[in-house]
Design a protein around this ligand. Structure first.
Ligand code: FUL
Length: 429
């Protein structure tokens, strides 16, 4: 499909090739793992003993395989959470796996996850909390900047190509980090990595920890929420192309704790529809347990979710598109039964669609919404059989470049009403 793009927008309003690849990938799995896992805590203050870190059966291959089997394209590991405990044997502090009984202090969780990613063709991202409640240097900003840069250098040097660096905005309000130097280091060592939400960000946080975007999902913005705990926002001097990532945990907490359960399948499908289905990316946390394995209940639910996604979207029927006077004519090549319609707009010249409608050949509106972006999935209330559709879009230079339809019959289309649950509890320290 080609269409009239009337003006060339400046580079900061269009995606880089790396951003577009990241948006098309769309689905990642988060692994929160560390001393908190062994203490039943969400946050800890840097005083937990490294002696408690002792996974008996750590199997990073299982973690990454699960992510792959669910259809995710990348994983993000908490190399260091706010407590400061490092999952790799860093030279910067003793507060790391090197001081733990696990593998007699010879282990490296980051290495094991990186190796598993290589084996399974998955992309690796790392979370390195700027807030560090163990490092004595933290009180001295200049000293801490050096310490943090040294940690980032180790991670950016020793584990192959990184796909995403996750900079968590939680921590003392107003604390600044050495973002210019952090940006220069990433440019030097991992220029292709996506940068989450802070400093030289290329992607942004969606603004909640429930995994939910809302229509419109605008890729160009001048501000993003910083964290879940205060009203801080990160602002840029001018609007930039910063597509959102929706993070959410399979369980109530981010770290594995006894007594929690995975979210229900309808809830997960609702999250899918409100993130990936709205053109945002989804980062679903599946926290390894104290063995260093995936909790069997979590694993079963995650696989069920992956299967449900394949049942719904695994056999897309592509269509032929033709530009007509007031939109696009979609030829399905004969009568098709369908219950989901997926649209993608061309993004190379920036996001253009501000609203859209899908109609059948009688002119009945089947679905409508605002943005389309990298993908927009509409679920119909019931299956229909049609051979053609018409799409109307509003937005200068908008080009719908792909329309696929899905037939999930035989696979349950859950009732998504009431599936959302706001996470209201704050982590204890
Ligand atoms: C938050 C952190 O405080 C949570 O512990 C978790 O890591 C979440 C992904 O980000 O800001």
């Amino acid at each position: 499909m080609t269409g009239a793009v009337t003006s060339s927008p400046p580079p900061h309003l269009v995606p880089t090739p790396e951003q577009l690849t990241w948006q098309r990938d769309g689905f990642g799995v988060f692994f929160h793992f560390g001393v908190n896992t062994f203490a039943g805590k969400e946050w800890s203050d840097g005083t937990l003993s490294p002696q408690i870190f002792d996974p008996t059966e750590l199997d990073a291959d299982e973690w990454v395989r699960l992510a792959r089997d669910m259809g995710a394209k990348y994983v993000i590991l908490t190399a260091k959470h706010h407590d400061g405990f490092c999952l790799w044997p860093t030279a910067t502090t003793d507060y790391s796996v090197a001081s733990s009984p696990w593998k007699d202090g010879e282990g490296d969780v980051v290495r094991e996850v990186a190796d598993a990613c290589e084996t399974h063709g998955m992309k690796l991202g790392l979370y390195l909390s700027p807030w560090d409640r163990n490092a004595p240097q933290y009180a001295d900003a200049a000293a801490y900047d050096e310490f943090y840069l040294a940690q980032l250098r180790e991670l950016c040097t020793n584990y192959g190509p990184l796909y995403e660096l996750w900079f968590d905005g939680a921590g003392p309000a107003g604390r600044e980090y050495a973002w210019d130097r952090i940006g220069a280091l990433i440019d030097e060592l991992q220029p292709g990595a996506m940068v989450f939400n802070m400093g030289p960000a290329t992607i942004r946080w969606v603004g909640n920890e429930d995994g939910l975007a809302a229509d419109p999902v605008e890729y160009v913005t001048a501000s993003a929420d910083l964290n879940n705990y205060d009203d801080d926002v990160v602002e840029t001097a001018e609007a930039r192309y910063l597509p959102p990532e929706c993070d959410v945990s399979l369980r109530r907490g981010w770290f594995w704790q006894p007594g929690q359960e995975p979210k229900s399948l309808p809830h997960l499908l609702a999250i899918h529809d409100r993130s990936i289905g709205l053109g945002a990316s989804l980062l679903l946390n599946i926290p390894p347990d104290r063995r260093g394995r995936i909790d069997p209940e979590d694993k079963a639910r995650a696989l069920q979710f992956g299967q449900a996604l394949r049942d719904r979207f695994g056999s897309p029927h592509e269509s032929t598109l033709a530009v007509i006077e007031d939109g696009i004519e979609v030829d399905l090549g004969g009568a098709r039964q369908l219950d989901h319609i997926e649209l993608s707009e061309r993004l190379e010249e920036g996001q253009r669609v501000t609203s859209h409608r899908i109609l059948d050949s009688e002119g009945t509106v089947l679905a409508e919404g605002r943005t389309v972006g990298v993908r927009r999935i509409h679920r119909l209330d019931q299956a229909i059989t049609v051979s053609a559709l018409r799409i109307e879009t509003v937005g200068e230079g908008a080009v719908i470049e792909r329309v696929a339809v899905h037939d999930a019959v035989g696979a349950p289309v859950p009732d998504l009403t009431d599936a959302y649950r706001a996470s209201t509890e704050e982590p204890g320290s």
